[in-house]
Design a protein around this ligand. Structure first.
Ligand SMILES: [Ca+2]
Length: 268
């Protein structure tokens, strides 16, 4: 009797546990369904979802579809342009790569000090040109004579203003004379007419009182002023001449004889 009652109790307990499992499953399903409903309702608060959402979606999408249709061609051409730009970029990149390779090759072929070597070559070339032109000037033009240690031409027939006298010398490939020492002055003086003025290549036309060699722009190596000279008499004496072994500043447009020299002072 007792045993029968116990078996019934066990059976009831098993049923109770099965029912409880079922209830748990149902409760879980209900929770899932509730959360789905919640999410649907938060997006679109509709009473009849299938019908109303269809209209709603069409209404919302229609302008977008029209917009797509209107701009389809435009977008297609944009895509084409983008493709063309892409192709050009690719070509530019290829060119850049080729240039990089060429630059690398050049860097390997040429020595790194090529710039310094070119600079040295240029200065050597300039020095050679200076020497060559001095050499050229040593080929003495006709009518020039050795006076002291250099060659001079003394114009004793025609008087000219200072500018024309300078041009006359330059036409012979020479320049108006400067005097480099007392010895040279003495040697020249012996060849000149004591009563005549002879133009030299010295002037203060650029800056009053600052006498310079016209050919070089430098200060003369040697000056031998007469007492009281230069006096810039009347304020317009800017060209230097020689009279009886002494120097004067004189008006540049005065007519005087002159002396040319074969050396080029600008090369000193
Ligand atoms: Ca004077």
């Amino acid at each position: 009797m007792m045993e029968d009652t116990r078996a019934e109790q066990m059976q009831l307990l098993n049923h109770y546990q099965d029912v409880r499992k079922l209830l748990n499953v149902l409760a879980a399903n209900l929770t899932t369904t509730a959360s789905r409903l919640e999410s649907i309702l938060s997006v679109c608060l509709l009473q009849d979802a299938p019908k109303q959402c269809g209209e709603f979606c069409l209404t919302a999408l229609s302008p977008m579809l029209d917009h797509i249709a209107r701009h389809e061609d435009e977008w297609a051409s944009s895509v084409l342009q983008a493709n063309a730009t892409g192709a050009r970029l690719a070509r530019i990149e290829a060119l850049q790569a080729a240039m990089n390779i060429r630059q690398k090759v050049l860097q390997e072929v040429f020595p790194k000090d090529i710039g310094a070597r070119l600079d040295r070559l240029e200065s050597q070339q300039a020095a050679l040109l200076r020497i060559l032109s001095k050499f050229d000037r040593k080929i003495v033009p006709p009518k020039f004579e050795l006076i002291g240690s250099r060659f001079f031409y003394i114009e004793d027939e025609t008087r000219m203003n200072w500018t024309s006298a300078g041009s006359y010398c330059r036409q012979m490939g020479t320049q108006l004379a400067t005097i480099r020492s007392a010895e040279e002055l003495a040697a020249l003086r012996a060849k000149l007419n004591k009563e005549r003025h002879y133009w030299l290549d010295i002037t203060d036309l650029e800056k009053e009182g600052d006498f310079r060699v016209s050919a070089s722009g430098k200060r003369p190596n040697f000056l031998k002023w007469r007492v009281g000279q230069p006096n810039n008499f009347s304020g317009n004496q800017h060209c230097v001449d020689l009279l009886d072994g002494l120097m004067y500043d004189d008006k540049c447009d005065s007519l005087s004889y002159f002396i040319c020299q074969s050396d080029d002072d600008s090369l000193d």
